[in-house]
Design a protein around this ligand. Structure first.
Ligand SMILES: Cc1cc2nc3c(=O)[nH]c(=O)nc-3n(C[C@H](O)[C@H](O)[C@H](O)COP(=O)(O)O)c2cc1C
Length: 147
């Protein structure tokens, strides 16, 4: 069964709420396995067919935990080629982080990225949660159709 990883970082819980809703949406699609986590070893990244990263923007950048993950994956030559990649995150005013993640997925790891990333300002309200669910469902459907 194709597997989706939803990996997130969240300092004040906003991206975490988004991640939970993205996972809920993905789980509505039959025939995919969904794992939601805030930590994964780089070696395990290879077990998944789609990698969805939730990252808030702090200081116009992605957070260090997510940056370190890519650094380590690159150093260990982890092969993520052709896997589906997507990114989302909460932000306050500029929201660069999910786009930076997609750039790395695309240009460094040659993943097939789903664009655009999903951005929600601060805490997701009801409509933000719905957007997250839809985002998760669409990625799961894309995975089913490419698997
Ligand atoms: C110290 C600090 C720096 C921040 N820098 C940015 C920034 O550069 N751009 C932006 O869009 N939001 C910025 N924010 C806002 C956060 O992205 C926003 O609060 C977000 O909801 C945090 O998500 P989280 O709850 O998942 O950690 C910053 C917030 C703090 C506290």
């Amino acid at each position: 069964m194709p597997k989706i990883l939803i990996l997130y970082y969240s300092r004040t819980g906003n991206t975490e709420k988004m991640a939970e809703a993205v996972a809920e949406g993905a789980k509505t699609v039959q025939g995919v396995e969904v794992e939601l986590t805030y930590h994964v070893s780089v070696e395990r990244l290879m077990d998944f067919d789609a990698i969805v990263v939730g990252v808030p923007t702090y200081h116009h950048d992605m957070t260090i935990a997510i940056k370190n993950l890519w650094e380590e994956a690159a150093m260990k030559s982890i092969n993520l080629k052709k896997k589906i990649g997507a990114a989302f995150g909460s932000f306050g005013w500029s929201g660069e982080a999910p786009r930076l993640v997609l750039e790395i997925m695309k240009n460094k790891f040659e993943m097939q990225v789903a664009e655009p990333p999903l951005l929600v300002k601060y805490a997701p309200d009801h409509s933000g949660i719905e957007k997250c669910r839809e985002f998760g469902r669409k990625i799961a459907e894309r995975l089913i159709h490419t698997a």
